[in-house]
Design a protein around this ligand. Structure first.
Ligand code: ZN
Length: 283
């Protein structure tokens, strides 16, 4: 059985913490480096439901994409919801490790898993990491569908292939426009519009698109926008990461049990389509 420190060293080799963005908070949140690890759970969000799932599964390590404390804290008291997560984990000898923007920019990274889930061929990174001589690391991915398809068909593909959430898929642009090249970025992607425009792709699939960046992007050029739930765009990474750790476990003879949580932790829990008539329409 490996010790936590050995498993973390393997994870850090996949997603070196030094490659995380400056503002990020990646790495081990809690856990004893000398503790033995027999089981690992991968999830997107370090929320109470996931901590409870880890206890039920009897794993000794939870690896999440999102940090528990992005901006630091002065308390882990169990009266606070984040402190409760820490207490649940520590009381049950479970470590928590975070791979966030260091997993985004990795090769393979979060957007490679998203592209694979969508059945797209990756051409290269949307924002290449200048320190990578191979030109494969970086934020987002530029991709091609196997055959050109309409924007509406591309959105439908996302609706079928990404895990179900209350939000579903939102679409901006001409649904009949042809999609030959696509940019994809797991998580909030509206800071990437400059790179998306520079890449000259037909469509951009990401999450959390806001009114102004989306409005300006579609006014600027005939770019199709496909907006999925944040959780749904990052969840495919969990299975990719689990497979990577499985392979490492086999190589070292660790015999780890590696799980992927299928709990939907997207905060949006239901969706109601507008039921009123459009402004100005006769009643
Ligand atoms: Zn995210």
């Amino acid at each position: 059985m490996p010790r936590l420190s050995e498993v973390i060293a393997a994870l850090d080799a996949l997603w070196p913490p030094a490659r995380a963005e400056q503002w990020d908070a990646v790495g081990t949140v809690c856990g004893d480096p000398d503790a033995e690890v027999r089981g690992v759970l991968f999830a997107v969000d370090p929320v109470q439901q996931i901590a409870d799932e880890a206890v039920e599964l009897g794993v000794q390590l939870v690896v999440t994409h999102h940090p528990l404390y992005l901006r630091g804290t002065t308390t882990v008291a169990a009266g606070h919801f984040k402190g409760r997560v820490v207490h649940t984990l520590i009381k049950n000898d479970i470590a928590l490790h975070v791979a966030h923007t260091n997993a985004d920019s990795a090769d393979p990274g979060v957007s490679d898993a998203l592209a694979a889930a969508l059945g797209l061929k990756v051409v290269g990174p949307l924002v290449p990491d200048p320190t990578d001589p191979s030109g494969r690391r970086g934020l987002g991915r530029i991709c091609e569908p196997e055959h050109p398809e309409t924007l509406a068909a591309f959105a439908e593909r996302a609706a079928h292939r990404l895990p179900a959430t209350a939000q579903g898929i939102r679409l901006a642009g001409d649904p009949d426009a042809q999609v030959r090249t696509v940019a994809v970025s797991g998580g909030s992607g509206d800071s990437l519009f400059d790179a998306v425009r520079a890449a000259g792709v037909d469509a951009f699939l990401t999450a959390d698109l806001r009114h102004h960046p989306a409005s300006e992007a579609t006014e600027h050029s005939p770019l199709g926008l496909v907006d999925a739930a944040h959780w749904a765009t990052e969840w495919p990474w969990c299975a990719q990461a689990a497979a990577q750790l499985d392979e490492i476990s086999d190589r070292h003879g660790w015999d780890l049990r590696v799980h992927v949580s299928s709990t939907v932790t997207d905060p949006w829990s239901s969706h109601t389509a507008s039921l009123s008539s459009s402004p100005g329409a006769p009643n």
